[in-house]
Write a protein that binds this ligand. Structure first.
Ligand code: SF4
Length: 373
């Protein structure tokens, strides 16, 4: 791959991002596609395949740390239907792409957005807001719908030929399919999908990590994708449902984590995660052992207590417990997601109301000071 490019393209691997990059590349301009990855969206394993079939230069860029920080701070522009912070996500990705421009000598950015395609994040005013917040107003080109937007400096200067750009608008896909045919693209990615933050099942698994102010690592979200999940305050337990879950859990355990396994009978593997600055209480250890035992069918049918081995940093402890579900450990619920989003929104609305009122009061004060008495 060359080391310098005229444009950097945000590249999800979806059809729109492919076509946007192709529309500019076919003008003879060099384009590097950036596939940004987060714990919630990562198709980097496809990069080699994409390069080959779409004939584009593509590289994966990990923005997991920044993305998780943004989620924990709370996105300024709120969430979509589930935990997807689409406006803040785009602002973050564009800001990162802009920061990478000097490294590649690039002079503008490309996205596959189509005005009017999505009710919230691709409305005309939202596209303008995203450009403003990411500070990319003069360097962003949206090739698929460029003719529906004001000409950009890249078009006005003649660097990009506006005539060869698209005039797509709205939710229909016919225009994209025509363009795909024009470019000879036969492998058409299925529309949408891929971002786990848009899925309600994933949202409820992620929320405790996001909402609790724990010092989390992007890799923590991997653990929330495996098996059954239980939380008691900051105590997080993932219990395997299948052999493959058990293997994944054992592999994902890191120093400090507690590995739970039944001592004398078959049962699940469970991982208790220990977060920086937090510790497990003896009560939580006993209850997590009881929950693990509860998921071993043989242990549940016994009337006697069972032994559970706990391994932490190579040290083995055995606890004798009665299999039980709870009372404190509980699976995450989707109701908690709705509630948390509502509370956040009310707080933001309250702050906005207060700021508006303070602005009004300042205005009134200035006016009365300037009014001759
Ligand atoms: S769906 Fe996910 S990846 Fe796409 S813009 Fe929204 S948050 Fe970002």
């Amino acid at each position: 791959m060359p080391t310098s490019y005229q444009a950097l393209a945000l590249f999800s691997g979806g059809l729109d991002s492919i076509l946007a990059a192709k529309l500019v590349a076919r003008q003879g301009l060099s384009v590097l596609c950036l596939h940004f990855t987060t714990p919630f969206y990562d198709k980097s394993r496809m990069v080699d395949h994409w390069r080959e079939i779409y004939d584009l230069d593509i590289t994966a860029v990990d923005v997991g740390r920044d993305f998780v920080d943004m989620m924990q701070r709370g996105p300024d522009n709120g969430f979509g239907k589930n935990l997807n912070p689409c406006v803040d996500c785009k602002v973050l990705l564009l800001s990162r792409a802009k920061a990478l421009m000097p490294e590649y000598g690039a002079s503008f950015l490309i996205t596959g957005e189509v005005v009017g395609q999505r009710p919230m994040s691709q409305r005309r005013d939202t596209l303008a807001r995203i450009s403003r917040l990411a500070d990319v107003r003069d360097i962003i080109l949206r090739p698929l719908c460029a003719k529906k937007l004001e000409p950009t400096p890249m078009e006005l200067s003649g660097l990009v030929d506006r005539e060869q750009l698209g005039a797509l608008f709205g939710r229909g896909r016919l225009g994209q399919m025509d363009l795909a045919r024009e470019f000879g693209i036969t492998e058409i990615p299925t529309p949408g999908g891929g971002c786990r933050l848009t899925e309600s099942e994933a949202a409820k698994r992620y929320l405790p990590l996001i909402a609790q102010g724990l010092s989390v690592d992007p890799a923590d979200f991997e653990l929330t994708n495996v098996g059954r999940q239980y939380w008691w305050d900051h105590h997080f337990l993932a219990v395997g449902r299948t052999e493959s879950d058990n293997r994944r859990l054992a592999e994902s355990a890191r120093p400090g984590d507690i590995l739970f396994r039944l001592k004398d009978m078959p049962g699940p593997t469970a991982v208790g995660r220990v977060f920086p600055g937090r510790a497990w209480t003896p009560e939580a250890l006993a209850e997590a052992s009881a929950v693990t035992a509860w998921h071993a069918p043989k242990a549940r049918t016994l009337t006697a207590p069972v032994s559970v081995n706990l391994r932490q940093n190579g040290q083995l402890t055995t606890l004798v417990v009665t299999p039980a579900q709870g009372p404190h450990f509980a699976p995450p619920s989707f109701a908690a997601v709705t509630e948390w989003k509502q509370e956040r929104q009310e707080r933001l609305d309250g702050q906005e109301r207060q700021e508006r009122q303070e602005r009004q009061e300042r205005f009134e004060r200035r006016r009365s000071e300037n009014t001759p008495g």
